[in-house]
Write a protein that binds this ligand. Structure first.
Ligand code: ZN
Length: 325
């Protein structure tokens, strides 16, 4: 995979950022320039918060002593996360099923231990930033990024801004009408059974329904007709809700390239001519596309989150400076 590099300015000192991809099974930490390949990277297993966050803190201490001070750190974390700006628990993990991690101050712990300005967002929103600026979403300001793997998650970018309400969106739990052909499957969502997208179309849903891992199901297997139908309904719902110009699919289940033409065809049928794609300059072949950054999206996006945070702090400092004169 080639990661686009930003043009370097002669004799300028590179601005370095930290990135953390905090997952339920592993943490990936890296330092580097935004848009560039990491100068240093390490992977730690997700065990207890104390042990795992100590590894993260040690990594950034060692990386800064070797490569220099970081301008900011960006964290893309598993969730659910408290991202309500007014909350005293902003940046804390909320009611996560990951044992021992409920109410952990992910943002505050890393910020305090490293002494570096630190920002946090969901893992999918951070991957969305990576894909939007360096991957499949380049050139678009309205993007939905959906990852279909162990769970189903999504981030939404509207007019270049990530969408939040009182909480971050939970697109994976949108309710989906189930097909009659699928009546006997009880669903895989612990909260909604067979009523939501994750319950019907995640990797575990495929495995439980068909008794095989998604990678073991051949393209002609009826699993993929169902899968394309459910994903097309999710696309339809996103289109009528926020009209993204691009819907980027990532995650292990979406490594099946044959799924993409099927999802497009099913979406076309489900829409019934309702949206005038041609009139808006939208081509269904470039509307629904695979992610390009693969497993690198998280760290590339985390550098972007860090850069955005450093720039916003810089702008705020300039405003304060101007206010004093
Ligand atoms: Zn659900």
């Amino acid at each position: 995979m080639s990661v686009p590099l930003l043009p370097s300015v002669p004799n300028s000192k590179p601005v370095l950022y930290g990135g953390v991809e905090a997952g339920g099974t592993k943490f990936v930490c890296a330092v580097g320039e935004a848009g560039g390949r990491p100068l240093a990277e390490a992977v730690f297993p997700t065990t207890t918060p104390a042990a795992t966050l100590a590894c993260v803190d040690d990594f950034f201490a060692a990386a800064q002593s070797r490569h220099g001070a970081l301008a900011a750190i960006g964290i893309g974390s598993f969730g659910p996360l408290n991202l309500c700006r007014d909350s005293a628990r902003y940046g804390y993990l909320a009611r996560t099923p990951k044992a021992g991690w409920h109410d952990v101050d992910m943002l505050g712990d890393i910020a305090r231990a490293t002494g570096v300005p630190t920002a946090i967002d969901t893992d999918v929103n951070v991957a969305l930033l990576g894909e939007a600026r360096h991957g499949a979403g380049v050139g678009c300001s309205d993007i939905a990024y959906i990852t279909v793997g162990t769970g189903v998650g999504a981030g939404l970018l509207v007019e270049g801004r990530t969408v939040y309400g009182f909480a971050h969106p939970e697109v994976g739990h949108m309710h989906i009408p189930k097909l009659a052909d699928d009546a006997n499957f009880p669903g895989a969502c612990p909260f909604h059974g067979d009523r939501c997208l994750e319950g019907l179309a995640s990797g575990p849903a495929l495995r439980e329904r068909w008794g095989k891992a998604p990678d073991e199901l051949p393209p002609e297997h009826p699993a993929w007709t169902l899968q394309a139908h459910y994903l097309a309904i999710a696309c339809l719902n996103l289109l009528v809700l926020c009209a993204p110009r691009r819907i980027v699919f990532g995650g292990g289940v979406m490594r099946q390239a044959h799924l993409f033409p099927r999802v497009r065809a099913r979406l076309h049928a489900l829409l019934g001519g309702y949206l005038d794609f041609a009139g808006y300059g939208v081509d269904i072949d470039t509307l629904i596309v695979p992610a390009r950054l693969g497993e690198h999206a998280g760290i590339i996006g985390a550098f972007e989150l860090a850069r955005d945070f450093a720039l916003s702090r810089h702008r705020d400092a300039l405003k304060v400076g101007k206010g004093r004169t």
